[in-house]
Design a binder for this molecule. Structure first.
Ligand code: G6P
Length: 606
C-alpha cells in the first residue's frame, strides 16, 4: 500500500512532485523516492524515512527535470530499506517505475527474468516490471507497445507510472484494482493514486478505469484500452474540494484541523441531494434483508447505522466488519449491502463487496474519495463531500457518514410508515442547527478538554462505556484513543460491565462514560447504574453531561459539559468531544498524531 505520482510539465517539477508526495504520505510513510528525466538521463533518489526526512536527506528540491515520478511506501513485499523503496529501474536504467499494489505472480516472473540474465537489487515484487519493460522493448522497440506487452505478464493489482529515456517527455501509466487519477492543468499534468496529491493545483480530474492505460505529456493525455489499444474518450470531472481544505490552515495537526472542519462537512452531508438518499433508501425496502459493512472506524459507523435504523425505520440491519463478512454472510438476490469507506480503497471492504456481488446482492456505498475503486464497483454510491482527510485516523469523514446514514434512515422510516411526514420533518429541522451547535461546542470546550487530557495522559488503561447508540460511539472513541495514543482503551456496553469487566476496576482504572440526557430516561438511568458500579470500586469516572445534571456531577471525577439540544444529536456531539480528548492526550504524550505508528490510512492489502 503506497502512493504514486507523476508529473509532465513545461517547467521543473521537483518541487511539485515533492508536494504530491507530502499529500500522499497518509498512504504509507516508511520510505520514498523520486526519479526525474534530466538532460538525456534519468536521475533517481530514494531513501528510508518519511517524506520530509528523505526530501531533506536526498535534496529532492535540487533535482532538475520537467518529467518525473514519485512514490511513498508502506512496506508489504520486502522490508523497509533503500533498495526496496521506489522508484525501481530496469537493468539498463532506461525504464523507471513506481507501483502501488501487488504483482501476485512476481516470483515466477522474477525467476524467468533471472534465467535471461537480469539482476535484481531489491526484494520487491515491483522490480520485475521494470525489467519486463526492458525485455519487451528488446523485442519491440516501441515504448507504447512494449509497455502493453509487459503489462500482459502481470497478475494481481497495480497502479503504475513509468518514465523512460526512449521518450523522455512522456509519462506512461496503467491500473488494475488500485486507484489512478489524472489531474489536468494548463501545461502541467499529473498522474496520481489520489486527487489529494494535486488538488491544490487543479480540480480537473480524469478517473482511470481498470484495463486502461495512459500516455501523458505536459499538454496532452490519451487514455486507451489495453485490450485493443483503442482510445477512450474520458470525461474531465471538476472535483469540488478546495485548495484550502487540502491544507493544514494554521492547525498544528491535520487531526485537529479535520475535527474543526466538521461543522462544514456536516453541512455538506446535510446537502446531499434527496434523490441520492432516496435511491439507496429504496433498496432497504426492495430487499428482504440488508446489512451495513465497513472496517475500522467505518465498522463503527455501520454499527451506529444499526441503531439509527432500528430507531427511525423500525428495521434491524446488522453491521458486519468487512473482514468477517465473506466468511459470515451468505448473500443472494434478496439482500442489499450498504458499504462505508472513507478512502474507497480498503482491501477488506473490496473483498466483502466482491462476495456480496457474487451472491447477487444489491450493493451501495457511502465513500469520500471520488474515483476510488469502491465507488466504481457498487451499483449506487453517495459521495459524502467531506474534502480530503489527511490524518490517518478518521474524524470528519466518519461523522459525515453518520449524518448521511441518518438521512437514509429517516427516508426509509418515512417510506415504510414507521415515521409520519411531520415526525421526519421535525427530526430534519433539529439537524439543521447542528453545524452551528457543533461549531460553538468545539470552540468553547476544546480548552477544557485539553486541560483534562493534561491531567489524565499518564493513564495506561481506559474503559469507554455507553448504552444504546452510545455503545458504538464508545467503541469508535476507544479506537480513536488507541490509534493516536497507543494506550489501551476498551469500548463496551455500559450494561455489560457487571458481567465480567467490572473485575478489573479499582482505583487505578479510568472510565469514560457516554452519558445521555436525563430526559432520555431509560438510557440515562442504566448508564448511571454502571457509573455507580465503578464508583463503588473507587474507579475514576469521566463523563459527558449537561450543565444542569447535578446528580451526575456529584459522583463524577471530571465531566465535559454538553449543551442541551434535541436528544438524537447528543451522541454526535459526544463523538466529537471524544475525538478532541484523544487528540489532546496524544499531544501531551508527544506522539506522531497524524501518522500513528504501524498504521496507514488506506489499507489496500489483505
Ligand atoms: C485503516 C485506517 C482506519 C480506517 C480503516 C477503514 O485501517 O487505519 O483508520 O478506519 O482503514 O478505512 P476506509 O477508508 O475504508 O474507511
Amino acid at each position: 500500500m503506497c502512493g504514486i505520482s507523476a508529473i509532465a510539465s513545461y517547467k521543473p517539477v521537483a518541487e511539485k512532485l515533492f508536494q504530491c508526495l507530502i499529500n500522499l504520505e497518509y498512504r504509507g510513510y516508511d520510505s520514498c523516492g523520486m526519479a526525474l528525466f534530466d538532460q538525456q538521463s534519468l536521475k533517481l533518489r530514494k531513501n528510508i524515512g518519511n517524506v520530509e526526512e528523505v526530501g531533506a536527506k536526498e535534496r529532492f528540491f535540487e533535482m532538475s527535470g520537467n518529467t518525473g515520478i514519485a512514490h511513498t511506501r508502506w512496506a508489504t513485499h520486502g522490508g523497509v530499506s533503500t533498495e526496496n523503496s521506489h522508484p525501481h529501474s530496469s537493468n539498463d536504467q532506461n525504464f523507471v517505475i513506481v507501483h502501488n499494489g501487488i504483482f501476485s505472480n512476481y516470483k515466477t516472473l522474477r525467476k524467468s527474468l533471472k534465467n535471461k540474465g537480469y539482476q535484481f537489487h531489491s526484494d520487491t515484487d515491483t522490480e520485475v516490471f521494470a525489467n519486463l519493460l526492458q525485455e519487451e522493448f528488446k523485442k519491440t522497440p516501441h515504448v507504447e507497445q512494449a509497455f502493453c506487452q509487459a503489462i500482459e505478464h502481470l497478475q494481481g493489482s497495480y497502479a503504475i507510472a513509468m518514465i523512460t529515456t526512449h521518450q523522455p517527455d512522456v509519462v506512461f501509466a496503467v491500473k488494475k484494482d488500485s486507484p489512478l487519477v489524472l489531474g489536468i492543468n494548463d501545461g502541467t499534468n499529473y498522474v496520481s493514486s489520489d486527487i489529494n496529491a494535486f488538488i491544490a493545483e487543479t480540480n480537473d480530474t480524469v478517473i482511470i478505469d481498470d484495463e486502461e492505460y495512459v500516455i501523458m505529456t505536459k499538454d496532452n493525455f490519451q487514455v486507451k484500452r489495453l485490450v485493443d489499444g483503442q482510445e477512450v474518450k474520458k470525461k474531465i470531472i471538476k472535483v469540488q474540494w478546495d485548495r484550502q481544505t487540502a491544507q493544514r490552515g494554521g492547525f498544528s495537526h491535520y487531526m485537529l484541523k479535520e475535527i474543526f472542519d466538521q461543522p462544514q462537512t456536516v453541512r455538506n452531508a446535510l446537502h446531499i441531494p434527496e434523490e441520492e438518499i432516496g435511491k439507496i433508501a429504496q433498496k432497504f425496502l426492495d430487499k428482504k434483508q440488508s446489512y451495513f459493512v465497513g472496517v475500522g472506524t467505518t465498522y463503527y459507523v455501520a454499527m451506529i447505522g444499526t441503531y439509527l435504523f432500528s430507531q427511525y425505520a423500525g428495521l434491524h440491519v446488522p453491521a458486519i466488519s468487512s473482514d468477517e463478512f465473506p466468511s459470515l454472510i451468505p448473500t443472494d438476490q434478496n439482500n442489499h449491502v450498504l458499504f462505508f469507506s472513507q478512502s474507497g480503497e480498503t482491501y477488506d471492504t473490496r473483498m466483502a463487496i466482491r462476495k456480496a456481488m457474487e451472491g447477487g446482492a444489491a450493493t451501495s456505498a457511502i465513500v469520500n474519495v471520488v474515483g476510488s475503486s469502491i465507488s466504481q464497483t457498487v451499483e449506487d454510491c453517495i459521495f459524502q463531500g467531506s474534502g480530503p482527510e489527511i490524518c490517518v485516523v478518521s474524524t470528519k469523514a466518519a461523522l459525515s457518514q453518520i449524518i448521511i446514514l441518518w438521512q437514509i434512515a429517516l427516508k426509509v422510516g418515512e417510506l415504510n410508515g414507521n415515521l409520519t411526514a411531520e415526525q421526519a420533518h421535525q427530526f430534519r429541522e433539529n439537524f439543521n442547527s447542528f453545524p452551528e451547535t457543533l461549531e460553538t461546542m468545539i470552540n468553547e470546550e476544546s480548552g477544557f478538554i485539553r486541560d483534562l487530557a493534561a491531567k489524565t495522559f499518564h493513564v495506561r488503561s481506559w474503559l469507554f462505556m455507553g448504552k444504546g447508540i452510545y455503545y458504538p460511539i464508545a467503541l469508535e472513541s476507544a479506537l480513536k484513543m488507541k490509534e493516536v495514543t497507543y494506550l489501551h482503551a476498551e469500548g463496551l456496553p455500559a450494561g455489560f460491565l457487571k458481567h465480567g469487566t467490572l473485575a478489573m476496576v479499582d482505583d487505578s482504572m479510568y472510565c469514560l462514560f457516554f452519558l445521555p440526557y436525563r430526559e432520555d430516561s431509560e438510557l440515562y438511568h442504566s448508564t448511571m447504574n454502571a457509573i455507580e458500579e465503578v464508583k463503588a470500586r473507587n474507579g475514576k469516572i469521566i463523563a459527558f453531561c449537561t450543565e444542569d445534571d447535578k446528580e451526575a456531577q456529584e459522583i463524577l471525577d471530571h465531566y465535559f459539559i454538553i449543551p442541551k439540544i434535541s436528544p438524537e444529536l447528543t451522541p454526535l456531539l459526544e463523538i466529537v468531544l471524544a475525538q478532541l480528548f484523544s487528540y489532546y492526550s496524544a499531544l501531551h504524550l508527544g506522539l506522531n498524531i497524524d501518522k500513528p505508528r504501524n498504521l496507514a490510512k488506506s489499507v489496500t492489502v489483505g
